[in-house]
Design a protein around this ligand. Structure first.
Ligand code: SF4
Length: 269
């Protein structure tokens, strides 16, 4: 049910059924501006503190999975970079914009595999959130999903306190090594099929700190190091657990999180 303020103005977003002006204008990601035929100054990639910018001939690429949205590139080179709407991806490589040469067959296989596993989740899902070393910023955005503006219950999405009831694992944080064992226990306790979402730049790549003695390079590394990532609870099909959906942003916007959850339900492409 939508929420209304006292003046009877509707505050609950109707996205994705209807466009939402806030979602469509929020600067939640950085994209290079293509300038064909113009040489790219060699010093541009060095502006980025996380190495998210790379140069390929006369083209620049931004890895949105490493971008912490510090704004330095847009401020210093406004003719080369602009803000765009963040879009979650079902393949890590798709977070590099413009896209690197990629085999269409590989992408199609990833999408088909996700669709196969999410067939049962279309109507309603329960989400277990795991903080694997976050600074707290991601959690504010996750919490916002429950407020009257986003109101995810209208879409049949609910949070659960137990991994045993979870269809989706929403993981935030840099992947601190201290969370390796709790994350492994959560993965083992969750039933299958299970969709894993890496929410935010920290979870995707480790963010500003990258791998250190205390942190991994994102939760993908942490999950890959999990002793039994094939899972123990109801993993009849023997699917190894892996990150299925990558949500860029530092922190990711509530709309980007919502987009990822709808991808997990197979309701968006
Ligand atoms: S906004 Fe992102 S891509 Fe640009 S300099 Fe900062 S971290 Fe790098």
């Amino acid at each position: 049910m939508p929420w209304f303020t006292r003046g009877r103005r509707r505050v609950t977003s109707r996205w994705p059924a209807h466009p939402d002006s806030y979602r469509d204008t929020f600067p939640g990601a950085v994209t290079p501006i293509d300038r064909p035929g113009e040489a790219v100054p060699a010093e541009i990639p060095a502006v980025c503190p996380t190495g998210a910018i790379s140069r390929d001939g006369d083209r620049l690429h931004v890895d949105q999975g490493r971008c912490i949205l510090c704004h330095r590139c847009v401020r210093q080179y406004p003719e080369r970079f602009r803000f765009t709407i963040p879009a979650p991806a079902a393949h890590r490589d798709l977070l590099v914009v413009p896209a690197l040469p990629e085999t269409d067959d590989a992408l199609a296989a990833v999408r088909a595999e996700l669709a196969r596993r999410t067939r049962l989740l279309r109507r309603s899902i329960h989400v277990r959130h795991v903080d694997a070393g976050s600074d707290g910023a991601d959690e504010w955005e996750v919490l916002a999903l429950l407020n009257p503006v986003y109101d995810i219950h209208r879409l049949g999405i609910f949070f659960t306190a137990s991994p045993r009831h979870a269809d989706v694992l929403l993981v935030t944080g840099v992947g601190s090594r201290g969370m390796a064992a709790p994350l492994a226990r959560t993965l083992q306790a969750a039933p299958r099929p299970l969709v894993v979402i890496a929410a935010g730049t920290d979870a995707i790549s480790g963010g500003l700190v990258h791998p250190t003695y205390a942190t991994s390079g994102g939760i993908g590394d942490l999950i890959a190091a999990t002793p039994d990532s094939a899972g123990a609870t109801g993993a009849a099909d023997g699917d190894p657990v892996r990150v299925d959906i990558w949500v860029p942003g530092s922190p990711p916007t509530p709309f980007a999180l919502l987009h990822a959850l709808l991808l997990a339900m197979g309701r968006l492409q």
